[in-house]
Design a protein. Structure first.
Length: 253
């Protein structure tokens, strides 16, 4: 009988065992402004350049067999940036949601957002919602954009929902546990993140997925986001594969 073809990871990263490929990766995309300033350009050019990094990284992650890729695109704190930059980012996100639809469809990607999307400008919100709707029945990698997102806000919003449910008698306060809170997060289907990658050297978590990254491995690279490409993702996955994950237990053997 003919041998089944090797799964993707073996072909792309032959030195990494398939079982060591992270199922879920979160990326804190940082350094767009610094990248642009290096050329004496205005900061927003770094955001535009960052789109190519998103495309290459998402494609590579899907080929590697990553199940979920979550990108931190706009935090609840980012509204403090100059109005012009915020407006630029909102337009870029709107355009991204529309321009990528064909590519998302071609690759069977499920496109999702995470955060307080209702507070985004109407045009951005509707473009994102439509892309989510169009890709909802696909069965490939979940590409999730964290937008108007804050880890503390997400947990506080889930706590508020728990309180509402308790007052309405839908849940008994004594039975509230981790699972009950997790069911009320923005995307209850989201799995725990195995690997967090942060670009541009900063050793911070910056309010990204606080609940879901509890046991994540963190890899920080000095590459600025607009320079980030698939080989940097591969390097992070290799680093992840070399780590001993213990989840609070002891190393086996
Ligand atoms: C950080 O760079 C990056 C962001 C504010 C996130 C936005 C990312 C993009 C627009 C890339 C394209 C992504 C999508 C999904 C369309 P920074 O401005 O904080 O850089 P700095 O720390 O060098 O100032």
């Amino acid at each position: 009988m003919a041998k089944a073809p090797a799964p993707f990871p073996q072909r792309i990263l032959p030195d990494v065992r398939a079982s060591k490929i992270p199922a879920s990766i979160g990326i804190i995309m940082d350094g767009n402004g610094r990248w642009a300033r290096r050329f004496g350009w205005e900061r927003v050019r770094g955001h535009t350049a960052g789109i190519d990094s998103v495309r290459d990284t998402a494609r590579a992650a899907a080929e590697l067999g990553i199940k979920e890729l979550t990108l931190y695109a706009f935090s609840v704190e980012n509204w403090k940036r100059p109005r012009r930059e915020v407006t630029y980012l909102m337009e870029l996100l709107r355009k991204f949601a529309i321009d990528e639809r064909a590519e998302i469809e071609k690759n069977g990607i499920v496109f999702r957002t995470l955060g307080r999307i209702d507070e985004l400008p109407e045009k951005t919100k509707s473009a994102l919602r439509e892309s989510e709707r169009l890709s909802a029945d696909n069965d490939g990698m979940v590409l999730r954009l964290a937008l108007n997102y804050g880890g503390r806000t997400e947990i506080a919003d889930a706590a508020k929902q728990l309180a509402r449910d308790a007052v309405a008698g839908r849940i008994d306060a004594e039975s509230i546990d981790e699972a009950a809170l997790a069911e009320r997060l923005y995307d209850p289907s989201m799995r725990d993140v195995d690997l967090v990658v942060r670009t541009a050297s900063e050793m911070r978590v910056s309010n990204f997925l606080l609940w879901q990254i509890s046991y994540a491995e963190i890899v920080v690279t000095d590459v600025l986001w607009p320079d980030f490409r698939r080989e940097h993702l591969y390097a992070a996955v290799r680093e992840f594969a070399s780590r001993e994950r213990r989840f609070g237990g002891l190393v086996k053997g």
